[in-house]
Design a protein around this ligand. Structure first.
Ligand code: DQA
Length: 152
C-alpha cells in the first residue's frame, strides 16, 4: 500500500541552513524536503511537506491530514514546549505521528526538555540532525506496514 505521510515543520525552520548551524546543521529546509520526498518514493510512499511560522496554519494542516494522510512527522519547533493547541490537534486526529528535533533538546536549555507534544505522539527522535527525519519516516512506514503505527 502506498502510504501517505505529512511532514510538518514549525516556526523558524524555514531558516534552516542559516539559523544557529551549531544546533541545527547547515542543510536548508528545501534540501531536507527533497531528500525526504526521494526517500518516501523509494519506499513506495507519498510525502507532502509543509512549513509554517503560524500555529493556526499548523493546526489546520493537522486537521486536514485526517482526510488524506496515514501518518505525520512533525518538528513543532518552539511550539513543542508550550502549544497545547498543537498537542490537542494531534490527539484529535489520532494519526500515528513522530516528533522530530534536529538538536538534542535534552542537552540544551531547561525549557527545551519539556515537550507537551510527546505524550500524544507515537515516538520522538532528537539530536540526529536531518537524519532524524529519515529515521522517523523509516519507523513510521514500518509501523504502518505492521498494521497500525500506534504505541507498540
Ligand atoms: C527544535 C528544538 C526547539 O527547541 C527549537 O525551538 C526549534 C527547533 C529542533 O529541531 O531541535 O525551533 O525543534
Amino acid at each position: 500500500m502506498a502510504y501517505r505521510i505529512l511532514l510538518i515543520h514549525g516556526p523558524n525552520l524555514n531558516l534552516l541552513g542559516d539559523r544557529e548551524p551549531s544546533h541545527y546543521g547547515t542543510m536548508k529546509l528545501e534540501e531536507i524536503n527533497a531528500r525526504m520526498e526521494r526517500l518516501a518514493e523509494e519506499h513506495g510512499a507519498e510525502l507532502r511537506a509543509l512549513q509554517s511560522n503560524s500555529e493556526g496554519a499548523l493546526i489546520d494542516a493537522i486537521q486536514e491530514a485526517r482526510l488524506w494522510a496515514d501518518g505525520i512527522i512533525i518538528n513543532p519547533g518552539a511550539y513543542t514546549h508550550y502549544s497545547y493547541a498543537l498537542r490537542d490537534a494531534l490527539a484529535a486526529v489520532r494519526l500515528p505521528a513522530v516528533e522530530v528535533h534536529l538538536s538534542n533538546v535534552h542537552a540544551r536549555e531547561e525549557f527545551r526538555r519539556t515537550s507537551v507534544i510527546a505524550p500524544v505522539v507515537t515516538g520522538t527522535v532528537a539530536g540526529l540532525g536531518w537524519r532524524g527525519y529519515a529515521a522517523a519516516l523509516d519507523a513510521l512506514l514500518g509501523l504502518l506496514a505492521d498494521g497500525g503505527g500506534g504505541q507498540s
